[in-house]
Design a protein around this ligand. Structure first.
Ligand code: SIN
Length: 479
């Protein structure tokens, strides 16, 4: 049987940058769903947060800790911030082109809850797309596209490989190390900004395998999303717009956020999302207003948003766009140490959004997510290389799973609506209990295995939300 040195599940920033850090003499197989570019990295707009220099590390740390509402792991935050400078330098050395001014200086922008401009970007508002393309071009790893991981071959504290489904075929793949970099849970919510391939199955599979999920109640809602397009993925309007002067207004042009928080548009993401949600419940319309920008600047600085919204018939930047919060990111995930190693395992790592290092606490600071993917994927590889292991995977019999059944789409819809309405921006204890009853009932239905995994993830989120009785960060309880 073929044994790889590494199998990496996921081809977003964490998976691809991890692969890039693996020495050339090691064999690496990256597993990706189809098509390869469908991942959250591809859609990331704003940028990559970084300490601008050594002196800025305490301030970047402080902003991250404050956004995390006291629940971050401080050691993980320090690692994130200290390593930010070297991963950015590494990307630049490898040839990645961040946006610069006409004198060749890196352009840093500001986003909510950052005390200074420290977000690097590329292609204006296409940072994720540019980074993803760059990392794909750089990769030497073998990539297997169109596969879904359906089992983790775990025995005691070692993983031997994974079972995958490709078309109608199901087979095992073996490796000395497995790195999970499969992203978040967007498809659990009726309204979200994520790639449609982000379906929460790996978290559910981890749970089924007895791995620990942590901080799952902390689901982040991005405040400025255009939710009126018909696709599952709703259109993000980056925080950088507000960082550079766009405002949030009601139907009369009133900047009502100041009624909720003195920082207005630049308050942390959870506060802005909640304020918009509550204001809308009072019967108001809410818009993002770009009229501060001159058209040439807007077109150059935010080309993706310009193009998307012009195509939708909005005369941006002159015309304002109706917005709503939508699910964006989960702070929780598979519990790891600060090297990305999964708790209780010797050769299994989780990095990026699928993981929980504790770096985000109860609420992630804007643009710390691409950074997290870069920093912790590199550390996971470093850690794996430090382990002097004689481990050799053994062969497993491949199990057959009935992945999809005819009932699934009805229950997927019910799950998404339940999560949005009962496990959303503002939560009520009774509604959470009701959501739990709904998902437990759903688990008993004749549904496919992939949906069972998705429900297992949702159940973990709901149970964690029920267990946390007080509001903190992105978890907001109204009694
Ligand atoms: C954005 O561009 O607003 C999203 C950035 C992020 O999620 O950190």
């Amino acid at each position: 049987m073929k044994i790889y040195d590494y199998i990496i599940v996921g081809a977003g920033v964490a998976g691809l940058y991890g692969a890039l850090n693996i020495p050339k003499d090691k064999s690496v197989l990256i597993l990706a769903k189809d098509p390869l570019w469908e991942c959250n990295t591809f859609y990331a707009q704003g940028g990559i947060a970084t300490a601008t220099d050594e002196e800025d590390i305490p301030s970047h740390m402080q902003d991250t800790l404050a956004a995390g509402a006291g629940l971050c792991d401080e050691k993980a935050v320090e690692i994130l911030s200290r390593n930010s400078i070297s991963v950015i330098e590494d990307l630049i050395t490898r040839g990645f082109a961040f946006d610069k001014d006409k004198n060749g200086n890196l352009l840093f922008t500001k986003e909510a809850a950052h005390s200074k401009p420290r977000i690097l970007h590329a292609g204006g508002d296409a940072t994720g797309r540019e980074l993803h393309r760059f990392l794909l071009q750089q990769t030497r790893a073998q990539v297997l596209e169109g596969v879904i991981v359906v089992d983790l071959l775990i025995e005691d504290d070692y993983i031997h490989g994974v079972t995958v489904r490709q078309g109608k075929k199901q087979f095992n793949l073996y490796a000395k190390n497995v790195i999970l970099a499969s992203g978040g849970i967007g498809s659990l919510y009726a309204y979200h900004t994520n790639s449609k391939k982000i379906s929460a199955d790996l978290q559910g599979l981890a749970k089924l395998k007895g791995l620990k999920l942590q901080d799952m109640e902390f689901t982040q809602f991005h405040p400025t999303v255009f939710i009126y397009n018909t696709r599952a993925r709703k259109l993000l309007l980056t925080e950088a717009l507000r960082g550079e002067g766009a405002t949030i207004v009601d139907e009369n042009g009133k900047r009502f956020l100041y009624d909720y928080d003195e920082r207005g548009e630049l308050a942390p993401r959870d506060i802005v999302s909640r304020a918009i949600y509550k204001y809308k419940q009072l019967g108001h319309e809410v818009y993002l207003d770009f009229s501060v920008f001159d058209e040439d600047f807007f077109k150059k600085r935010f080309p993706t948003i310009y193009r998307n919204f012009r195509n939708l018939g909005f005369n941006v930047p002159q015309e304002r766009v109706p917005i709503s919060p939508a699910f964006h990111f989960i702070m929780g995930g598979i519990k790891t140490d600060t090297w990305g190693k999964v708790e209780g395992m010797q050769n299994l790592y989780a990095v990026g959004e699928v993981a929980c290092t504790g770096v985000h606490g109860a609420n992630r600071l804007a643009s710390n997510s691409l950074l997290e993917g870069l920093v912790f994927s590199r550390r996971a590889v470093e850690d794996s290389l430090m382990q002097e292991s004689s481990f050799t995977p053994k062969e497993f019999k491949a199990k057959e799973f009935a992945l999809i059944k005819s009932n699934d789409s009805e229950y997927k819809g019910l799950l998404r609506q339940t999560m949005w309405e009962k496990v959303g921006i503002v939560r009520h204890p009774k509604e959470l209990e009701n959501a739990l009853e709904i998902v437990i009932d759903m688990q008993k239905k004749d549904i496919g295995y992939l949906l069972q995994l998705r429900i297992a993830t949702a159940k973990t989120i709901i149970e964690a939300a029920i267990a946390r009785k007080e509001s903190v960060g992105a978890h907001y309880i109204e009694k």
